[in-house]
Write a protein that binds this ligand. Structure first.
Ligand code: 7PM
Length: 257
């Protein structure tokens, strides 16, 4: 899964949004480099971030989805928590929902059921604005797994098809470095639940803490983590650097013991 960001704070030049043509170009480049899904998000979930209004989010993502879908052969996933954005994005051609709130906002489960597309349910403790203020767990792997399986069960009881559910432990979303490491080591137990598991670790603070690198120098660390996540059983890795990660996964596929 290649990340296509249309939030202003995703760029080092600050405030320069992706125009439609740059977005198409970037999406096509990721597809050519081997991405099987293009994930587009217009709502910043950066730790400490303020919420984005519905209209702002629609204005950011819908024109880009309309512009890129006709040029792509792989599905587009919409990174949103708002049911209105889910509906508009799928109407504009998106084929998957990626929700860091795991469909907990009012109306989100019903939207996903109505739309009938695959959904990624992610774990987050707290909300982005405050989630990194002293997150606490007794057993992070067990608690995250229990939360995700409970959400999956509730969604299925509301009519979401089991085959459309993907689970994501939510690295960096209300987790300290040590909790992220414990969570990573517990991936095989989440994989054993039988649901496909998505891992998003690319360029995150965790990689920075482990390598001492600033964001743009976290590529080797991110690729290594993605390869290890796949070795732990992850089905999907959400990454910025698609070509580099694809190379690593090709090597893993051929050389794994
Ligand atoms: C700033 C800080 C901007 C952090 C964006 C982020 C995930 C996700 C994100 C994830 C799923 C990032 C995050 N992370 N969706 N959306 N899983 N399913 O690093 O780990 O991309 S936003």
């Amino acid at each position: 899964m290649g990340i296509l960001n249309v939030t202003p704070d995703s760029f080092s030049d600050g405030g320069q949004w992706f125009g439609k043509s740059e977005a198409i170009q970037h999406a096509l480049a990721m597809q050519d480099a081997g991405a099987d899904i293009i994930d587009i998000g217009g709502e910043s979930t950066r730790p400490g971030a303020e919420a984005v209004s519905l209209q702002q989010e629609l204005d950011r993502v819908i024109p880009v989805i309309e512009a890129i879908v006709p040029s792509l052969s792989v599905p587009v996933s919409i990174d949103t928590s708002k049911p209105e954005v889910m509906r508009a994005a799928v109407a504009a051609g998106a084929g998957m929902i990626n929700d860091v709130y795991a469909l907990r906002l009012d109306g989100a489960v019903q939207a996903a059921v109505d739309l009938g597309v695959p959904v990624c349910l992610m774990h987050m403790q707290g909300e982005p604005r405050v989630m990194q203020d002293n997150p606490v767990y007794q057993d992070v792997g067990g608690e995250v797994r229990q939360f995700l399986l409970e959400r999956a069960k509730q969604c299925e009881e509301s009519g979401l098809l089991k085959k459309n559910i993907v689970l994501d432990p939510g690295f960096g979303f209300g987790k300290t470095l040590q909790q992220n490491l414990d969570l990573f080591h517990s991936l095989p137990e989440l994989v054993a639940s039988g649901y496909p598991v998505l891992v998003g670790i690319s360029r995150k603070a965790m990689i920075g803490q482990l390598t001492g690198r600033e964001i743009l120098d976290r590529v080797p660390g991110s690729i290594t983590a993605a390869a290890l996540a796949v070795l732990q059983g992850a089905s999907i890795v959400r990454v910025h650097d698609v070509a580099e990660t694809q190379d690593a996964l090709n090597i893993v596929k051929s050389l794994r013991l």
